[in-house]
Write a new protein. Structure first.
Length: 108
């Protein structure tokens, strides 16, 4: 079913604190996005490390990922999310397409 759906864009990143994100590029979370027919907006812009991920600052993520239609934030209890001014800059958050591993996140 996913293969027949129109391709949409996404990113998957864990907030690790101190304005740093661990984004998923070529590991199993990235494979989940491919299986769901989601284009990872960071591919081709960020080089994966040996674990298939990479660390980005909030500023880098804002530049490279703000147009993603969907956003998965892994373990939202690992560290408090950054300031609202940063979070509200992302299209996915503002359109209600922000998720953590299990469910949609209510940004309010």
């Amino acid at each position: 079913m996913a293969a027949e759906a129109p391709e949409e864009s996404a990113l998957w990143g864990y907030y690790t604190s101190k304005s740093k994100w661990l984004v998923q590029l070529s590991n199993f979370p990235a494979q989940y996005m491919r299986d769901a027919n989601l284009k990872n907006v960071l591919l081709g812009q960020v080089e994966a490390n040996a674990n298939g991920s990479q660390q980005l600052s909030s500023e880098q993520l804002l530049i490279l990922g703000q147009e993603a239609e969907h956003w998965v934030i892994g373990d939202i209890h690992g560290a408090p999310l950054p300031q609202e001014t940063i979070m509200s800059s992302f299209q996915a958050r503002n359109s209600g397409q922000l998720y953590h591993n299990m469910t949609r996140v209510d940004p309010k």
